[in-house]
Design a protein around this ligand. Structure first.
Ligand code: ATP
Length: 975
């Protein structure tokens, strides 16, 4: 990323901080913000700086601290948060809760106070639990936000520094570069084609040009004033410097933000799906309740009150009260787990899209490769050189055919190394401890060019002094090259300035009409061009990255060729022409070691990888092969140029096969993403630059690079990789898949207890009361509260099943609650639980005698055998649930393989269930309320058999499923 380097800013930078500054602060803390804006924009640069008590050398740290004490932190205060009391109360005022309040009241009126209390208790516990879950989920997302602090480059104490954006104070000098988010309102004091996207302020998506001159024109809205930049906007092109005038809530953005802060995140498709599901199940439960009520009143002829209570039990049993908060919490937990694996997800919604991602469009440099460049070859028209040494330490030498060369030994080599070094913005810092590595600031591609020059004996500081930079035409992915202009101490052939251009070889060669050969400049011929490209292709085929270096003296000849004299008129169009080609710098950028395994995992998981890179086709294809993205010979490499001339039908045809996109302009990513989406794929795409933003937004999952990415890309993305590593995307996909399957697991678990709760009632009704009600309403409430919640929560935290990446991506249209889940919940697990419960019930009667059944229907509630029998039904269901929670943990894998005791949360849930049951049956005051009685040892013996049997039956089915899959795979393989 370039920084302004015109003469004025260079001169300005060299000034020391004003020693007088800091004693007093002239910035009026309470100055009327609008007056300040007006006076500053009318002022000259010097006046503006003076008014803000600033200078171009930046504030001193002490002064900055002092100003922060006066002005506070540069923060947009978060708007009025929803009061926790209201948030808490909202859990008791939704439709379901109101229903339960009413039901409890009716129970009281009907003279059943314990039942009324129990129903209300269900409601209260549910509400508290939901509130707790929501609070934890929002804590998790808040914590995530803090992991993404915003930084700003400033000049403090006369030096460039990166500080937290919240520490900006009025008077700070901000350095603005392409892709930066601007963090305060500021007056521009240097601009090199600075263009700013102000859409956050005025909705205008075309960038606005910003200049450093005073603006006297009246009647402009703040955003229209060309010498001011505003917080919340971003640099879309060029670079510049600006002095901060307003921060925090005083900024234009602060004013708008205070109006719009309370916007809430839209619910994700999954949350909507669940909301719908909860409503559907509620309606279903109400219908069941009505049917049971009618049957009880008219078939069994129960009185109104007991029929109502009976029906109420059914309704409560069926409604999955805590489902939505449980899902939100497990999404939030997944987001936290992802952050530990270097993927920061900005919205819960994205977790789902990750789970169904079917194509990853990834760039190469830095994501698949290490972005640790080392120049290992140099090429000039007369000689090819090899370089020794790896990394950024300047230790190594330049050799050719056994002879060691210094830059001074060969004028072409010298020009190549000097051009490579001067035409870049990277800096290297030597480690204090020689054991440590050199630190790189800026683009690694540029850093390695400094090292190659040092290996040739060039001293960067000395060279920069001899040829100071006067102008930069920054690197653009679209142009694939950059140029810097330098003043010459000793004019060469009358030229007082020289331009160095470096970039993609074909882009540079095309613009060169002369070439250096053996220290002389000769005309470029087609043959020489072919030789250069042949050398380039040879290196690229080995996966190496090649940059070309050229120069142009800016003297009388250039003036004749139309180069204006003024620096401000130096543009790519005027300068990057009539170049003299010097040579190639060839660098290696090895693949990241963990990427090959991640690629293989994607292949198993049915996820395709499409490489979209700005690099050369042969280099891209070679790396793609090396890490396993493509195999075999049927690979098509599509260049940006080809793509521009390709229609959508052809593009889609090519996308169906193995394809690598090379020499792509960032804008073209959007087209590839759109085509893939039209083909029905769920697309994740990576990006780092300003121009990647549209593709990042369009993709189902936009992935920005946390280290090399610009603020603009990070803002547009859904997920940010803190290590820029491809493998982290795959890890996030795995978590995304796991969370979806976990939600399904606990849905299955919550639903599966419904059948055992309903069946005893059905038996009672269908027998016309001959079989006394085996499970009372109070007991149903116990199951709902005591057994459904905690183990379900444990299921939400199951780690990804090993097989989760062995399956193809989930169809995004597939419903969470499909027929398979319903059948499994009600007709398989549900029936097992019902059988356990009913057998338990009849067992007590078999051992202790059938209770006396009065003709009216209900058994005598005081009959100890009857109470013991219903307690057994309750305990039977709870013990069956212990087996089922284990069964729900895996879909096909044996639960013994993942470890029966490996999920602590589930074990705690089970322990809670068992203790609850024992407590309810043994503790006399509770016995009265919950209609329970102590169980005999024979009863416990029976209960203990239930979980193993339930698990064994399901394990047999899972084994059969695995066997069937294996047989299918074998048949598929044989075919
Ligand atoms: P990827 O798109 O996979 O990240 P990339 O770094 O090659 O790979 P771009 O940053 O778009 O993609 O660069 C495109 C090309 O421009 C590079 O292949 C290289 O030839 C050239 N290039 C890259 N960085 C610079 C630079 N700092 N100065 C001059 N040319 C550069």
């Amino acid at each position: 990323m370039g920084r302004p380097n015109d003469a004025s800013s260079h001169a300005a930078m060299s000034q020391d901080p004003d020693p007088h500054l800091g004693s007093t602060t002239h910035v009026p803390a309470d100055a009327d913000a609008d007056d300040l804006l007006e006076s500053i924009r009318h002022a000259t640069i010097e006046d503006a700086l003076e008014r803000l008590s600033a200078n171009t050398g930046g504030l001193s740290s002490e002064e900055a601290t002092r100003r922060q004490a006066t002005h506070g932190k540069n923060l947009i205060e978060s708007g009025k948060k929803r009061s926790p009391v209201l948030a808490f109360l909202s859990n008791f005022t939704h439709l379901m809760a109101i229903l339960l309040w009413v039901a409890g009241t009716i129970a009281f009126i009907a003279g059943l106070p314990e039942l009324g209390v129990a129903v209300w208790l269900v409601n209260i516990i549910n509400g508290v639990f939901s509130f707790w879950q929501e609070a934890r989920a929002s804590q998790a997302t808040e914590a995530l936000k803090k992991m993404l602090p915003a930084y700003t480059d400033v000049i403090r104490d006369g030096q460039e520094q990166k500080i937290l954006a919240e520490d900006l104070v009025p008077g700070d000098i901000m350095l603005l570069a392409e892709g930066d988010r601007i963090s305060a309102d500021a007056r521009v004091i240097a601009s090199s084609d600075l263009q700013v996207n102000q859409s956050t302020l005025n909705g205008e998506s075309n960038p606005s040009r910003k200049v450093a001159d005073a603006v006297l024109e009246e009647g402009l809205s703040p955003a229209e004033i060309p010498n001011l930049v505003f917080a919340g906007t971003s640099v879309s092109e060029g670079n510049g410097r600006a002095v901060v005038m307003r921060i925090g809530m005083d900024t234009e953005f602060g004013k708008i933000a205070s109006l719009t802060q309370n916007m809430q995140e839209a619910p994700s498709p999954l949350q909507r799906d669940l909301d719908r599901l909860t409503k559907q199940v509620t309606v279903f439960a109400m219908c069941m309740g009505l049917i049971f009520f009618a049957l009880s009143m008219f078939v069994v002829r129960e009185p109104f009150a007991s029929s109502f209570i009976f029906a109420l039990g059914m309704v409560v049993a069926f409604i999955p009260e805590g489902l939505l908060p449980t899902v939100t919490l497990s999404l939030a937990m997944a987001v936290q787990r992802m952050s530990k694996r270097n993927a920061l997800v900005k919205k819960l919604n994205s977790v789902e899209a990750l789970g169904s991602t079917s194509v990853i469009c990834t760039d190469k440099t830095g994501t698949l490769t290490q972005n640790e460049m080392t120049v290992n070859h140099l090429w000039t028209a007369t000689r090819e050189y090899d370089l020794t040494g790896v990394g950024y330490a300047p230790t190594g030498s330049i050799e050719s055919q056994g002879t060691t060369y210094r830059a001074v030994d060969d004028p072409d080599l010298e020009l190549l190394l000097e051009g490579g070094l001067l035409c870049g913005n990277a800096r290297l810092r030597a480690p204090e401890d020689p054991e440590h590595r050199y630190e790189v600031y800026g683009d690694p591609t540029e850093a390695c060019l400094i090292v190659s020059a040092q290996k040739g004996g060039i001293d960067p500081a000395e060279l920069e002094r001899r040829m100071p930079r006067v102008k930069e035409l920054p690197f653009e992915s679209r142009r694939k090259r950059m140029t810097t202009v330098h003043a010459l101490e000793d004019p060469i052939d009358g030229a007082t300035r020289i331009a160095f251009t470096k970039g993609a070889p074909n882009e540079v060669v095309r613009l060169a009409d002369t070439i250096r050969v053996g220290g002389r400049t000769v005309p470029m011929t087609e043959e020489l061009r072919a030789r250069i490209m042949e050398a380039n292709d040879g290196y690229a085929a080995d996966g190496l990255r090649v940059l070309a270096v050229a120069y142009r003296p800016l003297g009388a000849q250039a003036a004749r060729e139309g180069v204006p004299a003024s620096l401000s008129a130096y543009t790519p169009d005027t300068i990057e022409r009539h170049l003299t080609f010097v040579g190639l710098e060839v660098m290696m950028d090895p693949p990241r070691p963990e990427v090959a395994a991640a690629v293989a995992e994607c292949r198993r998981a049915g996820i395709r990888i499409v490489m979209i890179t700005g690099d050369y086709g042969l280099t891209a294809a070679s790396i793609a092969r090396r890490i396993g993205i493509v195999d075999g010979d049927d690979l098509s490499v599509i260049s940006g140029f080809e793509l521009a001339h390709m229609d959508d039908t052809e593009l889609k045809r090519r996308l169906a096969g193995q394809v690598v996109f090379a020499r792509m302009a960032p804008e073209q990513k959007l087209r590839v993403v759109s085509a893939l989406q039209e083909m029905g794929e769920v697309v994740a795409v990576t990006g780092d630059g300003v121009n990647d933003a549209p593709a990042l937004k369009k993709a189902d999952i936009g992935v920005a690079m946390g280290v090399a990415g610009t603020d603009v890309a990070k803002e547009a993305a859904d997920m940010i990789l803190t290590d820029d590593n491809f493998a982290s995307i795959v890890a996030a996909i795995e978590e995304g898949r796991a969370v979806y399957s976990n939600i399904r697991k606990f849905l299955l678990y919550i639903l599966n207890s419904n059948a055992p709760e309903a069946v005893p009632n059905a038996v009672y009704l269908l027998s016309g009361g001959a079989v006394p009600l085996p499970l009372t309403t109070m007991q149903i409430l116990t199951i709902d509260l005591g057994t459904d919640m905690l183990p379900a929560l444990g299921l939400g935290t199951e780690p990804p099943e090993q097989t989760v990446m062995d399956q193809p991506p989930r169809d995004p249209n597939e419903r969470l609650l499909n027929r398979r889940v319903l059948v499994k919940a009600f007709l398989w697990y549900g029936l097992m639980g019902s059988a356990a419960a009913m057998i338990g019930y009849f067992l007590v009667n078999m051992l202790n005698g059938w209770p006396g059944v009065p003709l009216a229907g209900l058994a005598d509630e005081a009959d100890p055998v009857y109470i013991q029998a219903t307690t057994m039904t309750l305990a039977g269901i709870v013990f069956a649930q212990i087996g089922q929670v284990m069964n729900c943990r895996t879909e096909k894998t044996s639960v013994f393989k993942v470890g029966l005791f490996s999920n602590r949360k589930i074990l705690v849930g089970i322990a809670f269930e068992v203790v609850l049951i024992v407590f309810l049956t043994m503790f006399p005051p509770l016995q009265g309320v919950f209609h329970t009685a102590p169980l005999a040892w024979q009863d416990y013996a029976f209960l203990c058999c239930i979980p193993p049997v339930v698990i064994a039956i399901e394990e047999a089915r899972k084994a059969w499923l695995r066997h069937r899959d294996a047989a299918r795979a074998k048949r598929g393989g044989a075919r």
